[in-house]
Design a protein around this ligand. Structure first.
Ligand code: DAH
Length: 331
């Protein structure tokens, strides 16, 4: 091939390539021009380089020089075309100084679920197994078997969520005591955690739904001393050894004697009720077929939200159910 002819081809290639990069208006168009002219496999520059072999040996140096100049010019045109098409994106509001997409955050268990697990673990170390019972209960297990007679104010429709004749959302986890004793002979040593429902007006310390942890221990020779030391050990285990709890005489139809258990709140200026407890009434034992001359038992029912609030300094029970991640993410 004549040198002049080969050089003319290089000139035409340069002109066409420069025009292509000049006219490319988008990153895609610039990339297409790059592939057409500078592509490693089938680009026109590559082809022009291979044409060197067709040039007479004496003219190869001249051809090579011109080829290098064209190649350099097209590479420079590509660089500046790239820079040109990238700029409009920045101008259109892409702020490259903004932080990147954050890593997805791992979820975790709800604070009450964590509390329930901790309580079960603590009582487990004291030898208590875990029992369960239904949230939709019958009047027998929620009241009758617990010695709460038909005329008792605790059965008032205004204080319970009755569903239909003989069924209601349980108002206390004490129902589970009965279900466990019906199922198995003594000895018994269980805790049960679950939701209970009462139509209370909602405020920072009340809700129409909350959780209780119920405990029941029945065996030969169980006394009030066992009850008190169990609850003390538990309170110290969950709230710390500096916690103060106290027992006040009280009344529940299913225990005799009965106590209410208070814990000293943060700041030490206020006692807050942790729950109720007592020695299982002999009538309750008899009704499930236990012999109160043979075995005695203690029982307790504690408010799970209260315990969790005392432990973590939470001041409003509604936070547990409003799904505010600023609250939930702290646990
Ligand atoms: N069930 C009672 C309540 O909800 C609490 C309670 C009191 C549970 C005494 C007990 C108990 O097991 O022995 O107010």
């Amino acid at each position: 091939m004549e040198l002049s002819e080969a050089i003319a081809e290089l000139d035409a290639l340069e002109a066409a390539g420069l025009a292509a990069f000049r006219e490319a208006g988008s990153p895609e168009a610039v990339e297409a021009a790059r592939i057409e002219y500078l592509g490693q496999k089938q680009g026109k520059i590559k082809a022009a380089q291979q044409r060197l072999k067709q040039v007479e040996p004496s003219a190869r140096k001249d051809y090579g020089q011109r080829f290098n100049a064209v190649k350099t010019a097209l590479e420079a045109a590509w660089e500046s075309a790239k820079a040109r098409v990238d700029r409009p994106a920045a101008a259109s509001g892409l702020d490259v100084t903004l932080p990147g997409t954050p890593r997805p955050r791992l979820g975790h268990r709800h604070p009450l679920t964590q509390t329930a697990d901790e309580l079960i673990d603590l009582f487990g170390r004291l030898g208590f197994g875990v029992a369960r019972g239904p949230e939709v209960e019958d009047v027998f297990h929620n009241f009758e078997a617990l010695n709460i007679p038909p005329a008792h104010p605790a059965r008032d429709p205004a204080d319970n969520f009755y569903l239909s004749d003989g069924a209601l959302l349980r108002s206390q986890t004490s129902t589970i005591q009965i279900r466990v004793m019906e199922r198995q002979p003594p000895p018994v040593r269980i805790v049960a955690i679950g939701r209970v429902y009462r139509p209370d007006a909602v405020d920072p310390t009340h809700s129409f739904m909350f959780h209780q942890i119920e405990g029941l221990m029945v065996d030969r020779g169980v006394t009030m001393a066992h009850l008190k030391s169990t609850l003390r050990l538990f309170a110290e285990g969950y709230l710390g050894t500096d916690v103060k709890i106290r027992f006040r005489p009280s009344f529940f139809p299913f225990t005799e004697p009965s106590v209410e258990v208070d814990m000293l709140w943060h700041g030490g200026d206020r006692w807050v009720e942790m729950g109720g407890a007592g020695m299982v009434d002999p009538d309750v034992l008899r009704a499930v077929g236990y012999d109160p001359e043979e075995v005695t038992g203690f029982a307790f029912g504690l408010g799970v939200e209260r315990l969790c609030m005392r432990k973590h300094g939470i001041d409003d029970i509604r936070l547990f159910t409003t799904n505010d991640v600023r609250f939930l993410s702290q646990f």
